[in-house]
Design a binder for this molecule. Sequence first.
Ligand SMILES: [Cu+2]
Length: 699
Amino acid sequence: MKKNLVKLVTVGLGIIGVMPCFAEDQNDPETEYLPNMLVEGQILKPGTVGILPNQGGINDAAALLKRVPGANVNSNGPLSGIAQYRGLFGDRVNVTADGANYKSACANAMDAPLSHVPTSLTEVLKIQRGIASVSSGIETLGGTIEQQTRRGDFAEDDNILFQGKFNSGYNSVNQGRYYSLFANVANQNHKFRVGGSHEKGNSYEWNGGHNIDTRHDRNAATVGYGFRNDNHEFDAGYNYNDTNLTGTPSLPMDIIYSRGGVPSLSYKGFFADKYEVTGKLQFQDIQHRMDNFTLRGVGEKPRQSDNTARGFGYKFTVAFPMLDGTLMLGADGDNIEHDAIITNPFDARFRVRNFDDVTRDRYGFFAEWKGDLAEDWELELGTRLNWIRMGAGSVFATTSKFNLAGNSMNAPAKLQAAFNTADRRQEDVNFDIVAIVRHSLLPTLDVEVGFGRKTRSPSYQERYIWLPLSATGGLADGRNYIGDINLKPEVSYQAELGFDWQKDDFYFAPRLFYRYVEDYIQGVPTTNKAALAIDANTLQFSNIDAYLFGVDAEAGYHFWDDWKLSGIISYVHGRRADSPDYLYRMAPLNGRVELTYDTTQWLASAEVVAYAEQDDVSSFNDEVPTSGYAILSLRGQYRPQWQNLKGMEIGFGIENVFDNSYRVHLSGLNRNPLNDGTATGEHLPGPGRNFYATLSYDW
Ligand SMILES: [Cu+2]
């Protein structure tokens, strides 16, 4: 069942790549036997079948997802990328960093989970294509994306290992640049690591104007210590993020700062030669401020919002051999508290407490067996029970300062009273099942059939927004929402059919999926009179029914020793099942084709990324259609082979060679009236022509 590793690596300054991979070692319970997409945070040198250079100065880990079939990014700003997988996004997709869920402090997910650790401090970003294992996270309805931060290695022999990496890059389109340095010193039992990165850029240009409000400024740091002996491994780490003034033009405010740290402890040990035990514990304490005037000019209603997310999470597992496979039992959970207040820094009388002592606590228990049924037949069976408890404190708004007309004067007070007198505690008991069968039809062809029942309890915004606001976890549709405390959890039924066809110089891996989501949560026009008095277009989060289906595939062909042609394609179609409408913010049909010439020293590639028009849009969200487009990018890389310069890489290229102007469907709707060439409510454009240069050194 062991397969040749087919690697398709992308290199640039961010030195990132995509690698479909089959597990090499089935005895390691950490290793999936299902095909994974790997987005490498570093160059894969020997053994790589092909290397493609990547985008220049992009240091945003979420941007890597555009290279994974089925995946994409709902981008609300240069550092605010929300992961999308097969049409589902936000809290539906489980994003973990070193096994822990980062919870956005911002009620609009400006500090989305993948923004906490930048690409340059990321070791690897993984997605399990298809149905995520129950062990991969607590709520995995839309799949699991796993970011592993850079942690360095232990020494393999008696010598002291000193390893490190320097990265830097420059982009002309926004004068963006970044630098990062990571170092690890280790012997066979101990390792110490430290790293930091700084990145900064201006708003980007495009052929049609200046997309103001897209500047960014972020510092990140990491420090850690690891210990191991024959049977035990321990690690303590700390990742810190300090994001400064950064635009989010499709949201009502911009990031003033997001800062805070995530300390973590992890342990792995073997007992009695067959029990593998793991434990993880992490904390987070994140502060965030945003406002609507620093980057946009003071309008009539200056607003500032301060948000926090504090809490902890844990995961404990024990795995041992059973039948012809491994059984893993586990318990995981997290307890997070959110607070948010909206003020007017020029008028202390205006205060809106939009979230107070909001808690969302999860307690999960799971069992998962993976193993061989018979020769050439593999099975994964998993089940999970989640207990979700939510609550919220009482709220207020200083209604006299609301600039409301006539009879709407009392509307905020009515909503406040209704919320404060309601029973706001909610408990859900959710139940997940996964079954995946994989069969080798031929030595070169595997087929996989999977079924999943997955659940997700409502987010705290979906249950507890009490006043019409756009604090919606980053929906960026320009609409105001109210929540519904009594929302039911979503229940998804998913079927999957996948093929993996691999020969020495060729691979093709298409996947088809169908998913029905009972009680899918989305905004529909509200009947709440007080909310309608404040905003006649208010939507209320509601349970509807929905279905999504689609196909995604990757393929590659290696020829003439140094040449490779590769590509991915992604298609998803999402509809309401209970009324004729489409789902909001579905990625249009899109694909990427790359032709690469790669030798030890030189690499050159031409890449075309194409998006079809998207007119299957959600009418309830007044979603605006977008046109199709195609963009050509040319990339090069030079890797000196002289002794002292080995490990150095110089990258350069031109992205969007023809300076096409285009609207990005997943980038949300412009909220900033000052943007050149983009009206309020129109989709934001993608960057214009970009010359980039990168330099990295690995030792
Ligand atoms: Cu925010």
